[in-house]
Design a protein around this ligand. Sequence first.
Ligand code: GLU
Length: 392
Amino acid sequence: MTRAAPISQALARIAPSRTTAMTDRALALRAAGRDVISLSVGEPDFPTPDHVKAAAKAALDAGDTRYTAVLGTPALRAAAALHFERDLGLTMPPERVIVCAGGKQAIFHALLATLDPGDEVLIPAPWWVSYPEIVRFAGGSVAPVMTDAQTGYRLTPDQLSAAITPRTRWLLLNSPGNPTGATYSAADLVALGDVLRRHRDVLVLSDDIYAPLRYTPGDHATLAVVCPDLAPRVLTVSGVSKSHAMTGFRIGVAAGPDWLIAAMGTLQSHSSGNACSISQAAAVAAFTGPQDFLIDWRARFRVRRDRVVAAINAIPGLSTPVPDGAFYCLIDAAPLMGRFGDDEALALHLLDHGVAVVAASAFGGHHGFRISFAADDDRLDRAITRIAQALA
Ligand code: GLU
């Protein structure tokens, strides 16, 4: 293979994150004086709660500025175990929890620690942009399973059964899902569990980072709880970024079988070493402190979701289902593709009109784009007006 730059073959298999690339682009345009509203990145616009910021300051003042244990401070591993139990219904001893620099790093370390060339990873599409790239970087191959709006973008047991091969190493599940908001019920997971039981070598990564941001009634459902017999091969990933508006702190947590947590720890001991000590102290406060602000945040996200869905569906050529969780709308723009050619061209056209969005193709989808509705009402209203004008 001829390479333009002396990069590794592993890196040559992947591309930069298109969510972060679009956000960087919007920031650069803004710095150059352009008026751009960014709906490209998924992070709550609400301020990080005061008690979390106070815990970070107190940690700094207390001189909490050294290396921590590789797997995380005992306090945070215990707090994360509390979070898994309280918010996901998952009972996990702190010894089976690892703290990483973001959920992204937890996923990175899990896949890098377990994939060999030729191993397949089943990913329901549309997917979060980094899943397939991490798989490819780790040497695995991506086995996409296309879901659609008719099934609420949820993988069906028949699709799962048809997609599993003797090379399947992992299934990635994300509920509520980014970019579709797809949310699996306990019954959905029981049905998928029935299929997984027939394939003993398949591991499951359940990315539940958006669990606190669900808009449907009832408890959150997660595979390791709904099918406890499968728990020994499930890694459940969560964090504080989305639920506590702490994206910049970079703290993700994962709970799973001993061997996998140890393997991820071996890798982590040579990569980041440990997650930031100050951020870990802040995350303890996030998991153990008051959670009632979330009732208000959820209600406000829900109101925004409903406004945005109604406004988008009123724009000719655009349509979107109502997402059950997270804070994204995956918008179908198929009727406009004749005019724009592809969804990347459409996203660039919208950027020209002052709104940063991410093309659906970044998520393994097509003919559309994703917006995040984690922006204040005024920005959302202005962004939607601009989208309508850009497409008029
Ligand atoms: N997960 C968020 C998103 O999809 C943050 C950016 C990223 O890491 O992709 O926008």
